[in-house]
Design a protein around this ligand. Structure first.
Ligand code: HEM
Length: 459
């Protein structure tokens, strides 16, 4: 007989009080504040009301304590589903891994997990540092003329190139260009929809909806064409798409349909570039503001590589560079907000959370929780030395989420950021241009508001 005890036994708590929190305005509650400056609002309510907060009269709650976050993220989907926060991405992503639920999600995750195994990902290291070297070469004439570069835009381009090559290595650059242009149209529209209170039907012929549909149709065209060509060919290209095409459900032996492949490819294109680009933009931003850390990274990288392009095998010898990335993910976690919805009433920290409420969790706020992070605003990579990491609760830090829905691309992203930083820092010192502030702009992911404008100094 099994002796396994459920990690998170459900708890019913109808008699418990609702948590405290700001009431906000009648009808709309705190939504106007949340829309205007969500990072400020959420940080302030944690400081004022504590770790389980009710936001306005809406059925919206905010949870910041590591053990509560663990309870929610590790709960089975019979207790919590992903709720409404990500549903606005469904129009573009369809039923891909990020937006699907239930049996469909479980089956897809099982099929895709092996493609993201660390050993299989090592294969993509050369694509990552190769693309970073190409970018450094492209920058040369502009650096020579002292021309300012928007590093945020450059990182978006670089990470999209990398995930496109990892997905469909040998396909034409013309297709990649169509995808790039279409995503550049679809993404800002998705971001506008994300925080909109008025849910205009997506079929309504508004200019945004029309442009969005056209952009998605153009991506679909490319993706379905590539899938059809691959199905006709016997050659294993060794890329992510090949792995997805070959994946067979270990229980049923079934493979993915064209529609499932399309939804997963678009999900990986989107989830696989925007987040990592933001991480890299914030990395160069913070290094420029902390020259002593920058010098330490440069010293480590040049001692290990001596100017050579980094390979995956070098990463273990670059631990400080990795600690820097971990600290950037603490201060500017690209996935700054995560949502869940309890199926039935739940209790957290002695409070009642009603069924179907929206429960918000924010890596941005918990990563600055004063109880777990001394000097929370300070940029200090030493926090990620092994001893200091061991001293913190697991969910004081969760830039990739956790539990069954943890980011499938976390190793891909960390390897990519590590390789790109090690490549670029050997070629250039990047300096922020004074007078171009980069306020964080929390959309679906955490962007730098005005881009990150920098001057490049060749080494
Ligand atoms: C710094 C980079 C990244 C960050 C911070 C990040 C963060 C996250 C987080 C927090 C989640 C969980 C969301 C939730 O629980 O609701 C997630 C899910 C996901 N991420 Fe990432 N991600 C990154 C890079 C990537 C990359 C490179 C890929 C693919 C190549 C990727 C693909 C996905 C997918 C498919 C999911 C959904 C997984 C599932 O629900 O089974 N991500 N990511």
């Amino acid at each position: 007989m099994s002796t396994t005890v459920p990690v998170n036994p459900p708890s019913r708590a109808t008699t418990l009080p609702l948590p405290p929190g700001p009431r906000g305005y009648p009808l709309v509650g705190v939504l106007p504040y949340l829309r205007r400056d969500p990072l400020r609002l959420l940080t302030a309510v944690q400081r004022r009301y504590g770790d389980v907060v009710k936001l306005g009269d809406q059925r919206m709650f905010f949870v910041t304590r590591p053990e509560h976050i663990q309870n929610i993220l590790h709960a089975s989907e019979r207790r919590y589903n992903k709720g409404p926060l990500l549903s606005k991405l469904r129009a573009g992503l369809g039923d891909g891994l990020l937006t699907s639920e239930g049996d469909h999600w479980r089956r897809q995750r099982r099929l895709m997990q092996p493609a993201f195994h660390r050993q299989r990902l090592a294969h993509f290291g050369a694509i990552m540092s190769g693309a970073a070297e190409e970018l450094c070469a492209d920058w040369q004439p502009r650096a020579a003329h002292g021309e300012p570069i928007n590093v945020a835009a450059a990182m978006m381009g670089l990470t999209l190139t990398i995930v496109s090559r990892a997905l469909f290595s040998h396909d034409t650059s013309n297709d990649a260009e169509i995808i790039r242009r279409s995503l550049n149209i679809a993404l800002p529209i998705t971001e506008r929809r994300f925080w909109s209170f008025i849910n205009m039907p997506e079929r309504a012929p508004t200019p945004d909806n029309i442009r969005f549909r056209r952009a998605i149709a153009a991506i679909d065209d490319v993706v379905f064409r590539i899938i059809a060509a691959r199905r006709r060919s016997d050659v294993d290209q060794g890329d992510l798409l090949a792995m997805l095409l070959q994946a067979r459900d270990e229980e049923t032996g079934a493979q993915m349909s064209d529609q499932q492949l399309r939804d997963e490819v678009i999900t990986l294109l989107l989830a696989g570039h925007d987040t990592t680009a933001n991480l890299l933009s914030w990395t160069f931003y913070l290094l420029s503001r902390h020259p002593s850390v920058e010098s330490k990274v440069y010293a480590e990288v040049s001692a290990v590589l001596g100017g050579r392009t980094p390979a995956v095998a070098d990463l273990a010898s670059l631990p400080y560079t990795r600690m820097v990335i971990d600290e950037v993910l603490r201060l500017y976690p690209p996935a700054w907000i995560i949502g869940r919805s309890p199926i039935a009433e739940e209790q957290l920290g002695g409070y009642r959370i009603p069924a179907n409420a929206l429960v918000l969790i924010s890596p941005y706020v918990t990563h600055r929780h004063p109880e777990f992070w001394p000097n929370p605003e300070g940029f200090d990579p030493e926090r990620f030395s092994p001893e200091m990491q061991d001293a913190r609760p697991r969910y004081a830090y969760f830039p990739f989420g956790g539990g069954p829905r943890i980011c499938i691309g976390n190793n891909f992203a960390l390897m990519e950021a590590h390789l790109i930083l090690a490549t670029v820092i050997q070629r250039y010192r990047l300096d922020l241009i004074p007078g171009y502030p980069a306020p964080p702009r929390p959309m679906v992911t955490l962007h730098a508001g005005n881009g990150v404008w920098m001057l490049l100094h060749p080494r």
